[in-house]
Design a binder for this molecule. Structure first.
Ligand code: HT7
Ligand code: ZN
Length: 883
């Protein structure tokens, strides 16, 4: 397979002006005719025109109306090349034949539950017709679709509906026209038996936009929350960024078979139904929150991605990092900001940090790829969002908004690079961003150490930083990064000390320009070693460093356990309050892991138990915040901090602490469950979600005791639950312990929900993720369950992805978990390479484990590499993992 490099980017030799597509959808085959107005980049210069095409049958090709002969073009398995096209503007007409019914890769045009739909990002359009399939080719499209009327009564594409009518033989047609130029990855087509929930939104300039959410008729009642989310997102983007929707129609279609979450096609967003359909009985609070966030995300792409798009796929974070940042802010404004920040940082630590420390580590803007689909990663998305957040931290809200305004003013209708975004932020604020662009080009999570010292006589308090960016594949030597570190100082009563001035680089700088007291200052750490000295500090403070998690780094400080407990009790920055508890928990867990490995008895520090107790019983705290604060860091996070990851020891320690807390604080947990019951109907709002989150967390702790009294309590909660959040949590609590109660509740749940495939996926995931020893056998059985289907990505993610998330069973020392995944990957790759490559990623950190596990994982990776007809997707991940 060929590796593609950012440094090799070349402007296209030809541009496309107008594209007319004509689809004739059939049961056996589909005909796609395209008529494209082509013009050369340099007038009068003719060079070969290379079109991408994959799995296409070429029927005819014409230039300026004349059919080309075989000798006028060259066709291979991936390209159609016209060696000497006309030197001026010309029309190119191509007819291809494709087979959507056989397309199990779910990219290009395919069928999902009887309906036609498309997925073109990143390079799926080349599976529809021959085209320059690259995002810097932007054109205006018109799309005519004809199909059988009874089978496909609804025919949708981008833009406005211009015309529709009947045809002979029970067929009908529609004509859509999109007035905006777009790259082909934003093209979409949907055809099928669908119905819509209709609503409208009036933009602030008075444009009335028709909103339609399309699903099969029986699912329509479950689209209320999606419609609410869409309208909230439209309003938020106007309020916060002054960005209005630009067409008269916005369609969302929910499909059950989809490789990712959703797709922002211009005015025709296509969604995985998991991220549209919700009712209190079938969807959890987490599902409701995900729907809000993803509907927002795709809608926000209309400006950040569609109106201003990427020059090439290396720039993916230009649209994805920025749009994730925007959806994070949207969700924060709609719910609780600190809780959202905690969730986002946990996700970064649990998934992105390991990627940044492994063989697939790549910069936010990768330097190369074999298969672009493999770079829709947590680094591009989540770390990319952190990079955007840092601009805001450095410039403030108003400065950031000025930068966004300039970005749109300069680049509306263009395909641009990350430098252009950087330049807009810099120029709008006349800012000096030093070497900030390194965040786009250097991979690896920077490690920052900070030490403090207090000088009572001089009334100064110093913070000394030193930073290190670890080597990553292909990047051994790194330069120091520009790191914004938000800092506050607490006095002995736990109050923020007003900060007035500091010495830095031999200069005394004023912190408070307006004379107003400042409690958090953003230090700009730019060198390998750097000191900042606060003046006018009359007592030794406790520092609160990296408030709000102001940069995506690993921070090591000299805070003692009692400092951390103090911050846990008093920090005004809620993120850092939570963080103090997590730092303490991580320290305790790592020490206990060492004890476990040396067969020493496990003893939990009583102060830690007291800290958890006081959080649990503090009525002044937000309940969801308490739920987060009493939840231990994940096993992955702890393994990531070990020299050699030991899943058994981490699992044993985590279980020990959970049981110990449950037995010490049994009365408190019981009263938490009792006092947080409610008989009111389900509402998706922060207060109600917080109550449910705290109750469910307490119940999960209690269930770790494996006590029959608690099992009855959990069963009572399960039976009396009126919503999925509480019903599922109660089932999960019972399912922690093997036995009859577990078997019964799992069977009961399935019989209740067997007709709702999204709920059945939760049931698969719960069983797959279980740490019951030997669970691989149960998962193998579930592969043959009538509700499982390897062709549906959601089912694969639930059952196989869920299994790979279990530290105990996936990493079983006998290699059974690895063997299971190896076999599945080879099978799955034949059906859907994108999904297979996501699954094979579970092996990528195999070198982190002991020799026995390493050998077992390596064997599977080698077996996969040797498989016949391996896809480029899986090849790239497996080969890089072995390198
Ligand atoms: N921009 C969308 C990306 C996407 C995608 C990429 C590769 C393969 C399948 C895909 N489906 C959707 C989603 C988003 O981030 O908004
Ligand atoms: Zn996106």
């Amino acid at each position: 397979p060929k590796e593609i490099f950012l440094k090799d980017y070349k402007m296209p030799e030809y541009y496309f002006d107008k594209v007319d597509l004509n689809f004739s959808l059939g049961e056996e085959k589909t005909f796609v005719s395209s008529k494209i107005v082509v013009y050369p980049r340099i007038e009068g210069v003719s060079s070969p025109l290379v079109l991408d095409g994959h799995d296409l049958k070429l029927v005819t090709i014409k230039v300026n109306g004349e059919e080309l002969k075989k000798e006028d073009y060259n066709l291979d398995s991936r390209h159609l090349t016209l060696s000497s096209p006309p030197s001026g503007t010309f029309t190119l007409e191509i007819v291809t034949e494709i087979y959507p019914q056989k397309n199990t890769s779910l990219e290009g045009l395919y069928k999902s539950s009887g309906n036609f739909c498309t997925q073109c990002e990143a390079e799926g359009f080349r599976k529809i017709t021959f085209y320059q399939d690259r995002p810097d080719i932007m054109a205006k499209y018109s799309v005519r679709i004809e199909a059988d009327k009874s089978l496909y009564p609804v025919l949708l594409s981008n833009g406005n509906l211009i015309e529709q009518g009947e045809l002979e033989g029970g067929k009908h047609y529609v004509l859509w026209e999109d007035p905006f130029k777009k790259p082909c990855y934003l093209f979409a087509l949907v055809a099928g038996q669908l119905e819509s929930r209709d609503d409208k939104f009036v933009t602030r300039s008075g444009r009335e936009v028709a909103l339609r959410i399309w699903t099969p008729a029986q699912d329509l009642p479950k689209t209320v929350h999606a419609m609410y989310s869409l309208k909230a997102a439209m309003k938020w983007d106007e309020d916060v960024f002054g960005l209005e929707y630009d067409l008269d129609l916005f369609n969302i279609v929910a499909v059950p078979d989809f490789n990712m979450g959703a797709m922002e096609n211009k005015s025709l967003n296509i969604f995985n139904s998991k991220l549209v359909l919700a009712s209190p009985e079938t969807a959890s609070d987490a599902d409701y929150a995900a729907i809000l966030g993803v509907i927002g995300h795709e809608y926000f792409h209309n400006w950040t991605g569609n109106r201003v798009t990427c020059r090439d796929w290396f720039q993916l974070s230009l649209k994805e990092g920025l749009t994730v940042f925007r959806d994070q802010e949207f969700s924060s404004d709609m719910g609780s900001r600190p809780v959202k920040r905690i969730d986002d940082v946990s996700r970064l630590r649990n998934y992105q940090f390991p990627q940044d420390a492994g063989p697939m580590a790549h910069p936010v803007r990768p330097h190369s790829y074999i298969k672009m689909d493999n770079f829709y990663t947590v680094t591009v998305y989540e770390k990319g969002a952190e990079v955007v957040r840092m601009y805001k931290t450095l410039l403030g809200s108003q400065g950031f908004r000025k930068g966004m305004d300039l970005y749109f003013k300069r680049h509306d209708g263009q395909a641009v690079t990350c430098e252009e975004f950087f330049a807009a932020m810099r120029d709008a604020n006349e800012a000096n961003f030093h070497n900030f662009l390194l965040w786009y080009s250097q991979a690896g999570t920077p490690s920052v150490k900070v030490t403090s010292s207090f000088n009572a006589e001089a009334k100064t308090y110093s913070l000394k930083f030193s930073q290190e960016v670890p080597p990553t594949p292909g990047q051994q030597v790194k330069e120091p990064m520009f790191i914004p570190v938000a800092v506050g100082l607490l006095d002995s009563n736990g109050n923020d000390i007003p900060l007035t001035s500091l010495y830095h680089d031999g200069m005394l700088e004023s912190i408070s320009a307006s004379g107003q007291p400042v409690h958090t200052v953003v230090l700009q750490v730019k060198k390998k070693e750097e000191e900042f000295v606060f003046s006018n500090i009359s007592e030794r403070p406790i520092p609160s460093i990296l408030r709000g998690y102001s940069a995506p780094i690993r921070l090591e400080s000299d805070l003692t356990d009692s400092d951390l407990l103090f911050l846990l009790a008093h920090d005004s920055d809620e993120f850092n309050r939570w963080e103090a508890g997590q730092v303490l928990a991580r320290k305790i867990m790592l020490n206990l892991v060492a004890d476990f490995q040396q067969s020493k008895p496990l003893i939990l520090d009583a102060k830690f138990v007291d800290g958890i107790k006081s959080m649990l019983c503090d009525p002044s705290l937000d309940k969801e915040f308490i739920a987060k604060a009493i939840t231990l860091p994940g096993a992955g996070e702890i393994m990531d901090m070990m020299e050699v990851a030991d899943p058994d020891a981490v699992h044993a320690v985590r279980s020990f602490i959970r049981k110990h807390l449950a037995s010490e604080l049994k009365a408190e947990f019981l009263s938490t469950v009792e006092s947080n019951r409610s008989t009111e109907p389900y509402v998706f709002n922060h207060n109600n979600m917080s109550r449910r989150a705290l109750k469910n967390t307490a119940l999960a702790y209690l269930a770790s005791l494996d006590d029959p009294e608690i099992t009855s309590l959990a069963l009572h909660e399960y039976k009396s639950a009126t919503n999925m959040t509480e019903q599922f949590a109660a089932m999960a609590a019972i399912a922690q312990n093997p036995g009859k109660a577990r078997d019964d509740v799992l069977a009961d749940f399935y019989s209740k929900w067997e007709n709702d495939y999204l709920v059945v996926n939760k049931w698969f995931a719960l069983q797959a993720f279980s740490d019951i020893p030997g669970n691989v056998e149960n998962v193998k059985k579930l592969l043959n369950h009538p509700a499982f289907d390897m062709h549906n990505p959601n089912k694969v993610y639930s059952l196989i992805g869920g299994f790979c998330g279990s530290p105990v069973n996936f990493h079983a020392k006998d290699g059974s978990g690895y063997r299971f995944l190896g076999e599945i990957v080879v099978q799955l790759d034949k059906i859907n390479p994108q999904v297979a490559s996501r699954m094979v990623s579970a092996f990528s950190r195999w070198r982190r484990y002991d020799a026995t596990r390493q050998a077992a994982a390596k064997e599977q990776l080698e077996m996969i590499m040797a498989a016949n007809g391996l896809s480029e997707n899986v090849f790239e991940i497996a080969s890089k993992s072995l390198a």
